[in-house]
Design a protein around this ligand. Structure first.
Ligand SMILES: Cc1cc2nc3c(=O)[nH]c(=O)nc-3n(C[C@H](O)[C@H](O)[C@H](O)COP(=O)(O)OP(=O)(O)OC[C@H]3O[C@@H](n4cnc5c(N)ncnc54)[C@H](O)[C@@H]3O)c2cc1C
Length: 342
């Protein structure tokens, strides 16, 4: 029996794929089954991995919006168009609904509203409050950046502020704009630092219009995070992209509330080696700022590697170590490419 802590993107698909392949899987998720959040983009690799894990591509397409490319502008004369295939934008609640339906249709045991409060690294016993949950097989911590499983097996690795506050908005009705539809637009204002001082991003089509602002400012206290009235942030959002003021104004005035987060990373380079009994998956092991746009893809590819190891009887710890090496090498490549274009 594989025990999975955390029923977000990777934990849910992992439980479903294992059970669909004839392996017993039990999942504990602290939140209710239906839950939302902001929007996110999954790339071609994420979709390939989901399809290989058995998630219906038709279902995924039916709840998401096709993206034809990324357009990055730092000034009127510095615009880069990056056409993309296989990228799609999702509202998190819709993506989670498809993944939860996939897992629910298998024999996976899904326990919602059940927060795991501790993991004994020696015995692998889990606790939810005073109740002990015995586990006789591998445990996968897929419980996000504040992972309780990581706190028990690798307590020195804590989430770190990634330097930006991110504000997400969805207009209350679709708006039409002068910019190209179906494209994810980024309008950045450079400072002296490696990351832009501010970025305004947006996407629109006939059905939805969404936007975000990234501000390079100190982290916000917890009470300022989460869903907030848009008026609280309107001035800072307008200042983030003055060169497209009209577009920003259209988006902001059509939005009631925003979702505010501190972007965070979980440092991976100094991770303790995984054991055969307890491994980490996705953000629990290597959360990366949403600005990278790959956290969910990495989490889904982790789930695929774990499924492959378990179904083939290969070493779980080796599979997770290999994933870590791949992720670190890829981040290094991306960082070097970013330095070249700067
Ligand atoms: C605002 C925002 C925008 C993003 N945009 C993108 C994007 O465009 N593209 C992209 O690829 N990535 C994006 N990401 C990153 C992406 O969302 C994450 O990398 C992805 O969700 C990681 O999946 P996961 O399964 O590891 O963790 P999660 O999906 O976070 O799931 C973790 C789950 O564990 C549960 N949990 C936590 N603690 C416990 C406990 N003690 N007991 C039981 N359950 C527990 C949580 O409730 C949660 O459901 C974004 C992130 C944010 C915050």
């Amino acid at each position: 029996m594989v025990t999975i802590v955390g029923g977000g993107i990777s934990g849910t698909v992992l439980a479903g794929a294992l059970a669909a392949g004839g392996h017993s899987a039990i999942l504990y998720e602290r939140q209710p089954a239906a839950r939302g959040g902001q929007f996110l983009v999954l790339d071609d690799r994420a979709h390939r991995a989901l399809a290989e894990l058995g998630v219906s591509v038709n279902e995924l397409h039916s709840v998401s919006h096709a993206l034809t490319g990324l357009r990055v502008a730092h000034s009127a004369d510095r615009v880069r168009d990056n056409p993309r295939e296989g990228y799609r934008l999702y509202f998190r609640i819709d993506l989670m609904r498809v993944l939860s339906e996939f897992a629910s249709a298998t024999a996976a045991q899904l326990h919602y509203d059940t927060a795991i409060t501790s993991v004994d690294p020696a015995t692998g016993a889990l606790r939810t409050g005073a109740v002990e949950i015995p586990c006789d097989g591998p445990i996968v911590g897929a419980d996000g950046p504040d992972s309780i499983v990581r706190q028990c097996v690798d307590p020195d690795r804590r989430p770190e502020y990634a330097g930006q506050v991110v504000i997400y908005g969805t207009t209350s009705r679709p708006v039409r704009l002068d910019s190209a539809p179906h494209v994810l637009h980024f309008q950045g204002q450079r400072g002296d630092d490696a990351i832009p001082d501010s970025t305004f991003g947006h996407f629109w089509n006939d059905d939805v219009s969404v936007w975000f602002t990234r501000l390079t400012i100190p982290p916000l206290p917890i009470e300022d995070l989460g869903v907030r009235p848009v008026d609280l942030w309107a001035e800072q959002i307008r200042r983030a992209a003055p060169s497209i003021g009209e577009l920003v104004e259209t988006m902001v005035t059509a939005t009631d509330s925003v979702h505010v987060i501190n972007a965070r990373n979980v440092p991976l380079a100094a991770a303790r080696p995984p054991s055969e009994r307890i491994v980490l998956c996705g953000d629990a092991d290597h959360a990366i700022t949403p600005a990278a746009g790959v956290g969910a893809r990495d989490a889904i590819e982790d789930a695929r590697a774990i499924v492959q190891a378990i179904t083939s009887g290969a070493s779980l710890s080796k599979a997770v170590s290999a994933r870590r090496s791949e992720i670190l090498a890829e981040r290094d490549r991306v960082e070097r490419a970013y330095q070249r274009v700067r």
